[in-house]
Write a protein that binds this ligand. Structure first.
Ligand SMILES: [Zn+2]
Length: 264
């Protein structure tokens, strides 16, 4: 009798899910059931898929906060995906004007991240550390000039080894920042270590982590962070193995799918 009951319950749930698609919605802001979400994430690596399936509400909650942000914060710009010449930050400001330590006063960043950049620097300062802003926004034309100069000097093949082609640098977005001395030794400084521990609390994510050159296309850069919002860092950490490239590639492919299923 007991077995019969269990079988009926099982059959019933299979029947309702399969025939009437009455599977439960995961999140009030999306018309998405577990199986329709599965279709969106099926090209992700199995480990990432598993984490999303285990906690789909949290995943959609963080995705929702990303959808509410300006799209330029999560654009894919790497060696395989160049952004166009006209992709520029909506507004740029000078960190120097905000009281941030800089190596050059004339350098700028996207206005979208200046408050968090300031918070980050002030928080480090309260612990006696001096985080120095070295480089931020670099326009397409600037990168093109540098790259072409190398091509003239040494030919394209060698130029590609040491310089990014125009459109392939995160710096064109205005949300990537280089800190400190821009070399490997910075990782060993107190400031470098502090950034590793704390940058994420302000929405900054290390773009090119050690050992991931085959994934990111860039060797380890301990000084190069990209602002992707605090929720962006959380979704990266909780679901995307803490690798920014995995998150941004997913977003490039599927943020429109999520948008389609969003309830107005
Ligand atoms: Zn950089």
């Amino acid at each position: 009798m007991k077995n019969y009951f269990i079988t009926s319950v099982l059959l019933c749930s299979v029947f309702t899910a399969g025939c009437f698609s009455q599977e439960k919605q995961i999140h009030p802001s999306f018309d998405l059931t577990p199986s329709s979400l599965q279709l969106i994430i099926e090209d992700l690596n199995p480990e990432i898929q598993k984490r999303i399936i285990q906690n789909p509400y949290r995943f959609l909650q963080l995705a929702l906060s990303m959808l509410e942000q300006p799209e330029e914060l999560f654009l894919l710009a790497d060696k395989k995906h160049a952004i166009t010449r006209d992709q520029t930050p909506q507004e740029v400001v000078s960190p120097y004007d905000y009281g941030i330590s800089v190596t050059r006063k004339d350098r700028t960043v996207s206005a979208l991240m200046i408050d968090q950049l300031k918070n980050l620097c002030e928080s480090a300062a309260s612990e006696g550390l001096n985080i120095v802003f070295a480089s931020g926004y670099r326009p397409f034309d600037y990168q093109e000039m540098i790259y072409n100069r190398y091509v003239d000097q040494m030919g394209q093949e060698d130029a590609d080894r040491i310089s990014a082609r125009p459109g392939t640098s995160q710096h064109q977005l205005g949300t990537a920042v280089d800190f400190g001395t821009i070399d490997d030794s910075y990782a060993l400084t107190e400031e470098g270590k502090w950034l590793t521990e704390n940058a994420g609390n302000f929405g900054f994510s290390l773009s090119y982590p050690e050992g991931y050159e085959h994934i990111t296309g860039y060797k380890w850069e301990n000084w190069h962070y990209r602002y992707i919002t605090i929720e962006g860092v959380e979704i990266q950490k909780e679901f995307f193995s803490d690798i920014q490239q995995y998150l941004i590639e997913f977003w490039d492919k599927h943020s429109n799918d999520l948008k389609e299923f969003r309830r107005e």
